[in-house]
Design a protein around this ligand. Structure first.
Ligand code: GRF
Length: 198
């Protein structure tokens, strides 16, 4: 059984998908031990509370530098024997040291088909705006391992989503989540918990 920590910053729909996936056995051999947020107002924290999952808030501004910030997070990960870290909309870029320490143990959900529309500056609605500006007809989502390059780690699962001519960044963001993100995140976590990704 893998102990999972989910890192969040916002609404937490991806966290909810993981909770539901565990409850309905789409994810087996995994349990969420901890939710970590860098935003005290994140609705994801409510979702954790409703599901009796321990949550902790770490505000970057409360710490002198990223090393001390991450040291505090790591202490809590170790106390909770965390095996897998899922970045589900987490907006802080983790340091090289942190990523190295948890090599092959951190995954991220990104709302495009990597290597398109990814890397520095491509987060949140920016990704979907860029997709519409470029006029691509197919976008999607990717779950990948996290390494020292932003959105650069090995790809675990991807799913394509059609772009409609009347899409706005908001409508596209929602459809990418509904048609791709939630399902591939569940799929990737289940694969890792059951040793099916090599
Ligand atoms: C998602 O679009 C995810 O791909 C991106 O941030 C968003 C988080 O949404 N990295 P939520 O907080 O899970 O609802």
């Amino acid at each position: 059984m893998l102990n999972i920590a989910v890192f969040v910053s916002g609404g937490g729909t991806n966290l909810q998908a993981i909770i539901d996936g565990i409850n309905n056995n789409q994810i087996t051999n995994g349990v969420i031990k901890l939710v970590i947020s860098n935003n005290s107002k994140a609705y994801a924290l409510e979702r954790a509370k409703k599901n009796n999952i321990k949550s902790l808030v770490f505000l970057k501004n409360d710490y002198d530098n990223i090393n001390i910030y991450e040291k505090n997070i790591i202490e809590n990960l170790e106390e909770n024997f965390i095996d897998l870290i899922v970045l589900a909309g987490f907006t802080t870029i983790l340091s090289k040291n942190f990523v190295k320490k948890y090599e092959n143990k951190i995954i991220n959900i990104h709302p495009s088909l990597i290597p398109s529309f990814c890397g520095d500056g491509f987060y949140g609605l920016n990704v979907h705006k860029a997709v519409l500006d470029r006029g691509v007809k197919i976008t999607g989502a990717t779950v990948h391992f996290v390494n020292e390059i932003v959105d650069g780690g090995d790809i675990i699962v991807q799913k394509a989503v059609e772009v409609f001519s009347n899409d706005t960044p908001e409508s596209l963001q929602l459809r990418v989540m509904q048609e791709a993100e939630w399902s591939i995140l569940i799929q990737a976590i289940d694969m890792i918990c059951n040793n099916k990704f090599h």
